[in-house]
Design a binder for this molecule. Sequence first.
Ligand code: CMX
Length: 472
Amino acid sequence: MPAPSRLASSFVRASQRPLAANYLRATRLYSTAKEPTLKERLIELFPSEIEKVKALRKAKGSTVIGEVTLDQAYGGMRGIKGLVWEGSVLDAEEGIRFRGKTIPEVQAALPKAPGGEEPLPEGLFWLLLTGEVPSESQVKALSAELAARASLPQHVIDLIDGCPATLHPMAQFSIAINALESESAFTKAYEKGVNKRELWLYAYEDAIDLIAKLPPIAAKIYRNVFKDGKVAEIEADKDYSYNFSKLLGFSSNEEFNELMRLYLTIHSDHEGGNVSAHTTHLVGSALSSPFLSLAAGMNGLAGPLHGRANQEVLEWILEMKSKIGSNVTNEDIEKYLWDTLNAGRVVPGYGHAVLRKTDPRYTAQRKFALKHLPDYDLFKLVSQIYEVAPVVLTKHGKTKNPWPNVDSHSGVLLQYYGMTEESYYTVLFGVARAIGVLPQYIIDRALGMPIERPKSFSTEAYAKLVGFELPK
Ligand code: CMX
């Protein structure tokens, strides 16, 4: 492994090669400040990050960090330590910390839009990648770069236009992200034989392109399926969330723009083991490009036990209202919960594989609702369910966590501002998740992480391993 300075110069040398050189100059175009751009900062930081990992492994590489039981192998690998994820760590009791910061700390620390109170998700992307809080001007430059790189290739627009309105928005989203592969600097660099250690520079370019192009893709899907198919223009000097709201058709309401900033921030990253993050990371380990890797992650997010729970929650609440009427009592909710459970269904928006308390992402949305829409009837209903559901789920006795998760609250906020089409909600989650998982994709390539390949056994082989004779 070369010394840090040699590594740094190897990165710089790589960035001076034609493909990357254009991009490095390009990032500067959006920055008026003397401070480094994000890519310049990464070129400075990564060599020492690589050295830290190298030192840790050299000193402690053979230390046992956990044990694995047979139940864990059959139980969704819960709690098995085996992934590296730098952006965030999830504590079962406390919830998520992004680079050591809780959600309220992130809300306080990150730059905001002029007059706004919610953090800009571009700033979170910076924080996740570097561990540093960016300055306002650094975030402004990143917003401008994202706005400038948002245009879509015609074949991607044509593909979305070719999707029937009956195709779920998440399937359309995944198709469009896969089709962006035609633009992949990473794949082109790989095909040209670029040194493996320099591939992260191209992964970075794809990640920025991808994050930039997700709002136009997501908006095109929304406008095609639910509106007139027309998508407004991006504004070069506005932040990412404002532009996304604008393309969707909601930016005239500044409160919705603030909601979007909060929404994209809190839905971004939730450490590495969840289905969408783990899938993106796993597929990336085969050196599939960021586009192919994120599309795979989005297919996982589309599942009802993961991201699609936000759609399921809304449908479940609306069904409750249609069955019971507008004056819903706690007793009505209790009965509806038991009906759901007795029908062998899960209560959407409740429970979590890791968390054992109310999700702080739920709490952040509840605070937003208390501030902006305290009297909204659906918000009141969500609050009422929060009083009843943990008691019922505890009595039911199956779920390890009877408390609400992030998906329990997001839908009612969107309903309030007029985005009533719940089958679209997981796409918003998907745009946010990209901001959380792509930093790790870049870090993985910078660290030269190998192809991922855990060991599997058949039941017969496990029985043999633990010395058990299976019944005939
Ligand atoms: N309603 C009813 N039963 C539930 C439940 C819920 N909300 N949450 C868990 N359970 C059940 C499980 O289905 C499981 O039952 P079986 O033993 O019959 O299989 C049992 O309780 C134990 O599960 P667990 O260890 O508490 O939870 P898991 O780690 O297996 O699953 C999760 C976690 C999120 C999939 C689960 O709580 C669930 O299905 N919740 C509802 C769907 C949801 O809100 N998903 C979104 C999660 C956040 C996100 O990823 O976006």
